[in-house]
Structures are given as C-alpha cells and as structure tokens.
Design a protein around this ligand. Structure first.
Ligand code: SF4
Ligand code: SF4
Length: 497
C-alpha cells in the first residue's frame, strides 16, 4: 500500500530484510538490505494558532535582520568602510559597529561562537529543540519557501492534486512561477551573504551591471543554488539526514526539558468520533491526523518523541483547533516535560523546573564567557607590538669589542590616526639602537606608524659584552612623544658564553 503523502519517516515503509532479492543482487548472488529509504514528499498543511504566530514573528525578525543588516551604515571617518557589519577579507578587518577586529584578534569571533554554542545548550536544556523549530536558517527559509508554494499551488490537498495531475498549461505555469519566485528569494539570500563581505551598495551595483569579480559571481551562484536546493527541494531531509545536531542535542536534555509531546494517557484509545457521541471509555484523539498533516517533517507525534521532530509545535496548534471543534480541552499535544507528562497521567500537579544542575551550569558558563568577552573588549589595546629575535646570526662581535643583536619589531596601529612613538630598551646597560641600513645610533629610536597599519622595523641593539656571558634578559619599551610608556616586551640579548 503506498504511504500517505505527509506521513514521514515514522510512517514510511522501511527497508525489509525479508524482501526477495532484486534481480541484479540475485545475479551477484548477494542479498544486501538497502540502506536508503525512499523519499516520500511531505505536503504540510497551513495552520493557525499561537505557535504559528510566534513562528511568523521569528521568521520576519530573522529575515529582516539578515537582509537589512548589510545596508546599515556606520560612520568611521573618510578612510574606513561605512558599513556597520562587514568582514573585509581584503583589509583584512572585521567591522562590528564601533568595534574593529584585526586578524590576530580572531579569538573574539571564537568567543562569540562559544557564547552562541553555550546559549544553544541552555535553550535546548530548557525548551528542547526551539532553535531547530524557530530560528535555524534551514527552518526559516523552508517556511518562507513553503509560504510561496502555498500562495502559488494552494494548500496541502491542492498541491497533492496538482502533483498527481498530468502536465497541463496550468500546472506548468504554476510550477514555473513557484520556481522563479524561489530562485529570486535564493538570489536575494546569496546576494545578501556576499554583502557581509563587501560593501553592500557597491557589490549590488557591480553584480547587477556585470562588473563584479569571477569569485564574487561564483559565491553568489553557490549560495543562491544552496538556498534553492536546501529550502526548496531538500527541506525536512536536511533535518532528518544531514544535520548532526539532532543526533547529540538529546545529551543536553533531561526529563524536565520542555518538549512537544502527545499526551497518550489522555488521547488513547483513539478513534473516530461523531457529534453527540459519548466520550466515555475512549480517548480524546479522534484520529483526524491534522497533527500529521501540518507537520513540516511529516511525522506522527503520537508515536512519541522522534529524532525528526524539530519542536516547531505546529501540531499543537492543529490539535487545539480540532479539540475546540469537538469541544474537548485543548493541549492534547502539549509543550511539556516528560516528568510533567507522567505527573498529569497520574493526576498529580505539574511543576515547571527551570533551575536545575545542568541549566545552572550552562547559565554560569554563559555568564563567564560573556564577562570574559566584555572585559577583553573593554581592555582591548589600540596598539600592539611584537619582537622577534634574529637567530642567524644570534650575535655579531663589533670592532670596538661590543656585541650586536638583531630584532624584528612589529607595531600595530589600530587607530585611524598616525602614531608617533619612541622605541628604547630597559635593563640593558649602555644599550644603543639603530635601524638596519642606518648608522645613526641612539638610546631611543623614533618610529612612526601610519593609521590602521602595521609598522615593521629591523632593529639592531648594541651593548657591551658582560663578563658572565650567555643570555641577558632585557625589555623593549615603547613610549609616546610625551615620554609615557605605551608598551613593554621582554626579550633577550645573546652573547658568547
Ligand atoms: S490532531 Fe489531535 S485529535 Fe487529531 S490525530 Fe492529532 S492528536 Fe489526534
Ligand atoms: S511533530 Fe509537531 S513539533 Fe514535531 S516537527 Fe512535527 S509539527 Fe513540529
């Protein structure tokens, strides 16, 4: 019997070891069970309700932020990009409103990713798969593509009927219109992604007038096709087969995490119900399958918690509509913890237990990472310098009996104005400095670093040979022109033993 459209993995025919071997397998003399389930297209039906409204709000918010953010301007002066959020690979710099991240400060991005990961752990421990059901890009764009599909081809029944029809002019026009709109959305999505890496107005003009680089067109095409393929065609299969998150998100949950659950104790024995019939001796589920028909992954939540369930709660809205019609209490399918499900089944009062060991742990981790990130940003220096000793040769003996060591000094000026500094030494008696190629020796070298750039200096330090020999620890010191110390780094002066 063919599977009903809309019934997902839980209801799909599974590969059977007892099936007779296929002809080609028989020829090989081998019987191997198939590792692949046939794809059964899911036709989610439209639904109204509280969770659906929240999903629309989150969708508008997420898409609004994604498409509008690259167009926000931020004045950083005449020599800097005016885009509020920009990852400039040619710079290379990351611009986040008034924060500028240099490549060596990529740990801020790492910190942000850690912050996001721990926030996801906490949300999962508290509310199950809310990320998957509401904010995951795959869910958001699939929802948008489904909305277009519904507008053009109609709701579930109309789409099943249309797909079952032979090709006609109407079918051709509807399908073409749907794919054209999908491709337009996908192109806007791919284009917006590029705008996070290049100035939005410039790259848009260049793409539209054919003046962009080959690499830009390649990535524009790649992200367009990825969006079209994943949200238009792959849809729930990304969640079911491709995404690793469902496989390990259970590790973050416990019996107190809120999840979408069918209350079997109340729903069973299920069965059709006619108006006016008694509810005595039977459950509230009238087996209408409304919960299955609205499910974007095509599963039947009445079979219990399943890996395919993304926690979108649309089945709750669908079932609540049904319960209202048959005049039974709402929330036969509910957003509750397994612990409370058990309590309700035993007619005990329910308890919302948000404060638990794991949620406290995740919240503390979140707080610590947030504090570390904030402090690191507040203490962020606008000037950084590094010193690397030249190892070959380690030292050179000069004709006056003193020794010379070479160093590469790099000074990063992260401001939008040139920096005038002086480089000297401390803890190295009688030391003199001079730049490679210069004969001018001094205890302090004048160095100037252009705005938003790195100054690199090949510096020699000359000092008398000490009796002890070996390595002497000393400091390179940077001072501003007013003589205030701006930075200090320990280094070593090498001499023969
Ligand atoms: S929508 Fe409610 S009543 Fe209908 S099949 Fe699902 S659980 Fe049963
Ligand atoms: S079973 Fe319910 S919560 Fe889970 S994916 Fe389907 S509609 Fe969403």
């Amino acid at each position: 019997m063919p599977a009903e459209p809309g019934l997902g993995a839980a209801s799909r025919p599974q590969p059977s070891n007892s099936a007779p071997p296929a002809a080609d397998e028989a020829l090989l003399g081998v019987f191997a069970p198939s590792l692949y389930a046939d794809h059964i297209k899911v036709y989610p039906r439209a639904v109204r309700g509280a969770f659906r409204n929240i999903k629309w709000l989150v969708l508008i918010l997420c898409l609004g932020i994604y498409y509008i953010l690259p167009w926000l301007r931020w004045d950083r002066g005449p020599d800097a990009p005016s885009q509020a959020l920009l990852l400039d690979m040619s710079g290379p710099r990351g611009y986040f409103f008034n924060i500028e991240i240099w490549p060596q400060e990529v740990y801020y991005i790492t910190g942000l990713l850690i912050l996001g990961a721990v926030a996801l752990f906490l949300a999962t421990a508290l509310f199950g798969r809310v990320w998957c059901g509401y904010t995951c890009p795959q869910t958001v764009w699939t929802d948008l593509f489904l909305l277009v599909e519904r507008w053009i081809e109609g709701d579930r029944n109309a789409r099943i009927k249309l797909d079952g029809q032979k090709l006609s002019i109407e079918k051709f026009l509807r399908k073409t219109a749907k794919h054209m709109v999908w491709l337009l959305i996908a192109a806007a999505t791919g284009g917006a992604w590029i705008m996070y890496f290049q100035d939005a107005p410039t790259v848009t003009r260049e793409i539209l007038t054919g003046q962009s680089s080959g690499a830009t067109y390649f990535f524009f095409g790649l992200f367009t096709l990825t969006t079209y393929g994943l949200a238009g065609w792959a849809r729930e299969q990304v969640c079911t087969y491709m995404c690793p998150w469902p496989r390990f998100q259970a590790a973050m949950q416990d019996e107190h995490s809120l999840i979408v659950t069918y209350q079997g104790w109340r729903g069973e024995q299920r069965g059709k119900h006619k108006a006016g019939e008694s509810w005595e001796g039977r459950g509230d589920c009238i087996d209408c399958k409304a919960c299955v028909h609205v499910c974007p992954t095509g599963i039947d939540i009445r079979n219990g918690p399943q890996l395919e369930c993304i926690g979108c709660a649309l089945c709750i809205d669908a079932c609540d509509e049904v319960m209202a019609k048959v005049e039974r209490p709402p929330r036969l399918i509910d957003f509750i913890s397994l612990d409370n499900l058990e309590r309700r089944a035993q007619q005990q009062p329910t308890k919302l237990k948000l404060l638990r060991t794991r949620t406290t742990l995740y919240a503390s981790m979140l707080l610590v990472v947030a504090i570390v990130m904030t402090v690191a940003l507040l203490l962020r220096s606008e000037m950084e310098f590094t010193v690397q000793q030249v190892r070959n040769p380690l030292y050179v003996a000069l004709s006056d009996g003193s020794l010379r060591n070479g160093y590469v000094v790099k000074i990063s000026n992260k401001t939008r104005a040139p920096m005038e500094l002086q480089l000297g030494t401390a803890r190295l008696d009688g030391a003199e400095l001079f730049l490679a190629g210069s004969t001018e020796r001094s205890t302090m070298l004048d160095v100037s670093i252009a705005a938003d750039s790195v100054g690199e200096y090949h510096v020699f330090v000359k000092s008398a040979r000490s009796k002890a020999g070996g390595l002497i620890n000393f400091d390179f010191v940077l001072r501003d022109r007013a003589g205030r110390e701006a930075g200090r780094l320990q280094s070593q002066f090498a001499q023969p033993n």
